[in-house]
Design a protein around this ligand. Structure first.
Ligand SMILES: *Cc1c(COP(=O)(O)O)cnc(C)c1O
Length: 486
């Protein structure tokens, strides 16, 4: 037992204590051993904590107070929009008619839910400039995989089976090459130039008759807009490849520019980032995928469509890649995103982008005096700094991130993208006030000064958290997965 620490739920456990009561069984009991194939059955009873409802309530409340979330403090994570989740979204998602319907109900009895899904698809089509959208994928990476499987099916349907390669920039989000690999492609990297944009000559070099697609984020993960996107689209399309847009973070282009107009054929969105679904802890998320006309036949089925005055699930899609998620996606997250889009309206969504970009540029300019700015030009919704100057003083970017914990902030993304030395990547989002931005900037300035005057305080941070600095590699590779009885 960790003395200064709170006990694990297993340590609170007392044999025979329970925190639930179930009604008496009124259906025939089923022997699970008859349903499961041999080998899948547990041989020993699972060792689960036995606690009362109050014990478990206090345990999780105490844990939540040690956690850091958007509702408790500033969370400027780069390439992973962490913005405020308006509580009206929660109210609407809890409406009985949304929360208490069953996915096996007859279509005629859930017309409202289907209408919401249909309408959300229409909004996302309008926002992305695509021709059709599926709401099935459960998150961003799942959307990427779904999109790539459609691209694969498209090429195969054209008898074009030699397209085995997906091109990703060296600044790409890690899920991009991972999704390409899971979808059965080889990934090849295209280099960035000194301005932080995709190097067109290198793109021409790697594109060819084996190119299935180019996967791109625009603005890219450095927060910079790929100004040559139209030319890049011509290069890839000219070779018969498709353009995939990673739209996880749409904060810089919402209501301003559309992937469809830039020449992209497929786009996924993270409704749990840009569209204010709660985000983190592994979900649930929602990663809808939009496609241009020539890819519509390959969308996962069913698709929600309107026939006459009724909304239906359309299963009659012979070229579909099939279902990618049980039922119809994470409906509750889709309700939240729909509520957000409707409550903001077109002017509200435009203001999101303008304020997100303004906030990022304001912070970048104020911090540029104290940290190195690898790309000295206007950014979009996020920006990168380099801790090179501090590294010369013996303070690494990791130390700066740890020190921020002492000020009550969740640190920004660090050491990503890989093409910036000692990278610090900040995305403030539009939902933060100028006062919050200023307080964070002041903390960053103080840390820069500490690095010069008193580096140990940064190198040994954090000082104020329950758990001090852990060995990150060990923590990631050898997590303590369950309580070991002494
Ligand atoms: C978050 C993110 C993803 C992955 O989304 P998940 O919902 O976490 O699977 C992909 N690309 C970019 C650029 C992202 O920021």
């Amino acid at each position: 037992m960790h003395k200064e620490d709170m006990p694990l739920i297993f340590e609170v456990s007392s044999p025979g204590r329970i925190g639930y009561s179930l009604p008496e069984m009124d259906v025939p009991e089923i022997d699970i051993a008859e349903l499961l194939p041999e080998g899948y059955l547990r041989e020993e009873k699972a060792e689960l904590p036995e606690v009362s409802e109050l014990d478990i309530m206090r345990h999780y409340t105490a844990l939540s107070k040690r956690n850091h979330g958007v509702d408790s403090g500033f969370y400027p994570l780069g390439s992973c929009t962490m913005k405020y989740n308006p509580k009206i979204n929660e109210n609407v998602a809890r409406f009985n008619g949304f929360a208490h319907i069953h996915p096996l109900q007859d279509e005629s009895s859930v017309q409202g839910a289907l209408e919401l899904m249909y309408d959300l698809q229409q909004h996302l089509i309008e926002i992305t400039g695509m021709d059709e959208v599926t709401l099935q994928p459960a998150a961003g990476a799942h959307g990427e995989w779904t999109g790539l499987m459609m691209i694969r099916a498209f090429h195969e349907a054209n008898g074009d089976s030699g397209r085995t390669k997906v091109i990703v920039p060296d600044s790409a989000h890690g899920t991009n090459p991972a999704s390409a690999t899971v979808a059965g492609f080889d990934t090849i990297t295209v280099k960035s130039n000194a301005q932080g944009l995709v190097d067109l000559d290198d793109l021409r070099r790697v594109v060819g008759s084996d190119t299935a697609a180019l996967m791109l984020t625009n603005p890219n993960t450095l927060g910079l807009f790929e100004e040559n996107i139209v030319e890049m689209a011509e290069i890839v399309h000219g070779a018969g490849g498709k353009l995939y847009y990673d739209g996880a973070n749409l904060n810089a282009v919402l209501s301003k520019a559309r992937p469809g107009d830039m020449g992209f054929d497929v786009v996924h969105l993270n409704l749990h980032k840009t569209f204010t679904g709660p985000h983190g802890g592994g979900g649930p998320g929602s990663g809808p995928v939009g496609v241009k006309n020539d890819l519509i036949p390959f969308l996962p089925k069913p698709i929600v469509t309107k026939r006459g005055e009724s909304y239906i699930f359309d299963y009659d899609r012979p070229q579909s890649i099939g279902r990618v998620k049980p039922f119809y996606g994470n409906f509750g997250i889709n309700v939240r995103a729909y509520t957000y889009i409707r409550s903001m309206g077109p002017d509200g969504l435009k203001a999101v982008t303008e304020n997100a970009v303004l906030n990022a540029n304001y912070m970048m300019r104020r911090l540029a005096e104290y940290y190195d700015l690898p790309f000295d030009k206007h950014c979009k919704h996020e920006f990168v700094l380099s801790g090179k100057r501090q590294k010369k003083l013996g303070v690494r970017t990791l130390d700066i991130a740890k020190r921020l914990l002492d000020f009550g902030y969740h640190p920004p993304t660090i050491y990503f993208p890989l093409n910036v030395e000692e990278c610090i990547m900040v995305e403030p989002t539009e939902t933060e006030s100028k006062e919050t931005l200023d307080e964070f900037i002041d903390a960053m300035i103080q840390i820069a000064k500490e690095a010069e005057e008193n580096p140990e305080i940064v190198q040994e941070a954090p000082h104020t958290t329950v758990i001090g600095r852990v060995d990150e590699a060990t923590a990631a590779r050898k997590p303590i997965l369950r309580y070991q009885k002494a």
